[in-house]
Design a protein around this ligand. Structure first.
Ligand code: NAD
Length: 471
């Protein structure tokens, strides 16, 4: 059993004022594997005060000093790779390919921030003005469970690069990963108070941070619902926000697509991170003229996906993170059937050969129209919809007929045409015939998928305000 009893404030592991104990589960067994003692609003206040006290000195550090600090953070987080790997499997049920990425990404994202900081111009000239990029002050960084260490490290590295200090509120459901990252960041020997980590509930610590007049910036990754609440709270103090929210991303298969190339990409895009990914391509748009052909190939591919024990190398889809998430996925599969969608693979219940864990059957529906709940709501599980379109214009219209706009994938034989289609899709990231990630490019969403961008110079600027000086 893991017992996490402390939070991290002002450079020290301290016993929180909060006394609530929160159970941690292994989703592959549905058994309790530990407990975390949660911070409360008082701890949130203390963490904000520590970050505020550390700001004057940190904001005056040179670029070289910040790079040196980030390099120490990078080395310290990289050194905990194996511990992170074990934690993401145990606490989160990430299957092999995903867990490998989740263990290496936290250090990688710090390295990306170092590269962006090296190239960052803090001062530019605009006409007669000298424009100085000025750090905002205390940043509140609120992160979800689905890539705990990666989001903590990415947001913190960008905030510190900008000259801000930080209070981090990670999800209460990923406390094992948070503990490992906190120990690593402590070992990086940054000045006390520059970063503080208070694991607690959203409606206590999260609310304290998002309402606090001494928090100048919130960088949040999580659901659209919580993002709206944070935006409302932030309005009171004009707190700046970056919101990375949900998605219902389209995979648009054009009529000239090579089926052998398109199907594996479409299935991988839809089921990444066991379907628990903000960018998952869960609406697969196929041409009416080739519908039967694509249905058959997609059905075979989804039915062949192994869902089960994350420690088995063959597994592609691991368990859902919680019983609540498992119930949610089951509910949407039932809703799809009730709405008249036709099941091509999967369905309700657990996959054969699995027992206690929160395992689900990778599920594919067809005859879906874009107004059904399964086509509109972010399910956050391995449930894919096939939606037929008549022509390219209708395909683009369906792709854009969503509240979200985080990501999209266009698959087609003529890459010039596919790129022209990509330009018409309202999403922060559109991939054409690839699933490659580009960490140097800005990341974020249109519409209800968020506000602002992370990564690269965009990510650092998000923690700053431009100040024009004329003399
Ligand atoms: P969530 O919104 O429930 O929680 C995210 C974080 O917000 C947690 O730390 C939670 O404790 C906190 N929180 C909850 N209520 C709060 C409040 N009132 N004030 C302040 N903080 C509060 O999201 P989740 O279930 O942990 O994560 C899944 C969601 O995250 C999905 O919708 C997914 O699409 C989204 N997500 C988006 C991205 C992206 O980059 N766009 C990446 C990953 C996940």
């Amino acid at each position: 059993m893991h017992h996490i009893e402390q939070v991290y404030i002002n450079g020290e592991f301290v016993t929180p004022h909060g006394t609530e104990r929160f159970d941690l589960y292994n989703p592959a067994t549905a058994r309790v594997i530990g407990q975390v003692r949660l911070a409360d609003a008082v701890d949130g206040e203390r963490a904000i005060a520590a970050a505020r006290a550390a700001f004057p000195a940190w904001s005056k550090t040179t670029k070289q000093m910040r790079i040196a600090a980030l390099q120490r953070m990078h080395a310290a987080v990289a050194a905990r790779h194996d511990d992170l790997l074990e934690a993401v499997v145990e606490e989160y049920g990430a299957p092999a390919s995903r867990s490998a990425w989740m263990a290496s990404y936290p250090a990688e994202v710090i390295a990306q921030a170092i590269a962006a900081l090296e190239a960052f111009d803090f001062t530019t000239v605009a006409g007669a003005a000298r424009v100085e990029m000025t750090p905002l002050c205390v940043a509140g960084l609120i992160t979800p469970w689905n890539s705990d260490a990666g989001f903590i490290c990415g947001k913190l590295a960008a905030a510190l690069a900008a000259g801000c200090t930080a209070v981090i509120k990670p999800s209460e459901m990923s406390a094992l990963q948070t503990q490992i990252v906190t120990e690593a960041l402590h070992a990086a020997d940054l000045p006390p108070g520059v970063f503080n980590i208070v694991t607690g509930r959203g409606d206590t610590v999260g609310e304290t941070i998002s309402r606090h007049p001494h928090v100048a910036k919130i960088s949040f990754t999580g659901s659209t619902r919580t993002g709206k609440a944070i935006l409302r709270n932030a309005a009171e103090n004009f707190t700046r926000v970056t919101l990375e929210l949900g998605g219902k991303s389209p995979t648009l298969i054009l009529d000239d697509a090579d089926i052998k190339q398109a199907i594996p990409l479409a299935v991988q895009a839809g089921l990444m991170n066991s379907g628990q990914a903000c960018v998952a391509g869960t609406r697969i748009l196929v041409p009416q003229s080739r519908k039967a052909e694509f249905e058959q190939a997609l059905a075979l591919a989804v039915a062949a996906v192994v869902s089960g024990d994350p420690r088995d190398a063959k597994t592609v889809v691991g368990p859902m993170v919680s019983e609540r998430q498992w119930q949610r996925v089951q509910g949407y599969i039932q809703k799809g059937l009730a709405e008249g969608a036709r099941l091509l693979a999967g369905g309700v219940g657990r996959p054969e050969g699995t027992r206690d864990g929160w395992f689900v059957r990778p599920t594919l529906f067809t005859d879906v129209h874009n107004q059904m709940a399964i086509a509109r709501d972010e399910i956050f599980g391995p449930v894919l919809c096939v939606i037929a379109y008549r022509d390219e214009a209708e395909a683009i219209a369906i792709a854009n007929d969503t509240d979200y706009g985080l990501s999209a994938l266009v698959l087609g034989g003529d890459s010039g045409r596919a790129r022209r289609v990509a330009q018409q899709i309202q999403a922060g990231r559109v991939l054409v015939n690839t699933l490659t990630h580009e960490p140097k490019a800005p990341f974020g969403g249109f519409k209800h998928s968020g506000v602002g961008r992370e990564m690269g110079a965009w990510g650092i600027s998000a923690f700053m305000e431009p100040k024009s000086i004329l003399s």
